[in-house]
Design a protein. Structure first.
Length: 339
């Protein structure tokens, strides 16, 4: 009998909570060797990892989006692949394809599946909005079901599996906005802004010399899966669940739960997956902070990242210069913790 098996459920829960808290701190420490500043962005990326989900990172080129995900893969000791999305990228370039292989000695031919770069643990889908919707759609099955179907045969992706996609701002030329179904698969939408002057001075100083950041793995894939199971097992009260659902339904124009002052600003609202992710992300946030359960504060802290890419401003909002982030702020202000 292992020592863990002799622990009471409460003691085992406390031990797991401490383990998650320690691993979050260790990951932050390793990532800080390569990433200067961007504390909130790093925390959101780790939150995505702890929840076992996917994230969409939006920002102009040069903000270390690729470096952040590559460094994350090194610190977790996971398989890592990068796909550079371009207008001529085909779906099979992502998922893989069947090939015919001939044995030169016998002349016998057989069909083999050549795996694509999606068969990894951490996949960086770089500039995903640079490729047409047909290729973007190839990511849907991989992200939702963790599977790939080619030639009528379904292949299971390795565990854990995470997609971290980056995109340039939609208003830039040569981009294809993600379809709503594809965007909805991302638990979080993470906005990356420019660094402060102090941080940029440090970035320039550290990256123009001979020093190279040496990132060490501080967690294994098996430990990460254990953390992800622990996050999902974390308790949450029905009051908090109802609050998350009210936040999501308040974004749906035409719904009786959407206040009039919001309905006239919204064209499209968040679906049920938003409610699920609000609770899951709140659980992950609690785990990273060493808290015993998900709470109202946790839901509010992830609302912008969960809801922002799932709601579409209406004509009135656009004419007034009101974007998704400001709409989420309005939702938080009108929806109380009590029904």
């Amino acid at each position: 009998m292992t020592p863990e098996a002799t622990l009471s459920p409460a003691a085992a829960g406390e031990k797991l909570a401490q383990f998650m808290l320690d691993r979050a701190a260790a990951l932050r420490s390793e990532l800080s060797k390569a990433i200067v500043g961007q504390t909130e962005v790093v925390d959101d990326v780790l939150l995505t990892l702890f929840c076992g989900e996917h994230a969409l990172l939006t920002g102009v080129p040069g903000l270390a989006k690729t470096l952040l995900i590559r460094s994350l893969a090194e610190s977790v000791h996971l398989g890592f692949n990068r796909i550079q999305f371009t207008p001529d990228l085909m779906p099979t370039d992502i998922t893989g394809t069947d090939i015919i292989q001939e044995d030169l000695s016998t002349g016998h031919r057989e069909k083999l599946f050549l795996k694509g770069p999606v068969f990894t643990n951490l996949l960086l889908a770089d500039e995903i909005n640079r490729t047409p919707p047909r290729t973007q759609a190839a990511m849907l099955q991989t992200m939702q079901e963790r599977q790939v179907t080619v030639g009528g045969v379904t292949y299971t992706l390795p565990k854990p599996f995470h997609v971290f996609a980056t995109q340039n701002p939609i208003e830039q030329e040569g981009t294809y906005p993600l379809p709503e179904a594809a965007a909805d698969r991302f638990m979080l939408s993470i906005e990356i802004g420019y660094p402060t002057v102090e941080d940029e001075v440090r970035i320039v100083t550290e990256t123009t010399g001979t020093r190279q950041a040496a990132i060490q793995p501080v967690i294994t894939g098996e430990e990460l899966l254990k953390i992800q199971q622990g996050v999902r097992a974390m308790p949450v009260s029905q009051d908090v669940v109802h609050y998350a659902v009210r936040l999501a339904t308040a974004t749906r124009p035409g719904s009786p739960h959407c206040p009039k002052e919001l309905a006239e600003l919204l064209r499209w609202g968040a679906g049920p997956r938003a409610s699920q992710y609000l609770i899951l992300a709140a659980k992950g946030r609690a785990a990273m902070l060493g808290r015993p359960c998900a709470d109202f504060e946790g839901v509010r802290s992830v609302a912008r990242q969960v809801l922002g890419h799932r709601i579409l401003p209406g004509f009135k909002a656009r004419t007034q210069g009101i974007g998704s982030a400001e709409l989420v702020t309005k939702v938080l202000s009108v929806v109380g913790e009590k029904a």
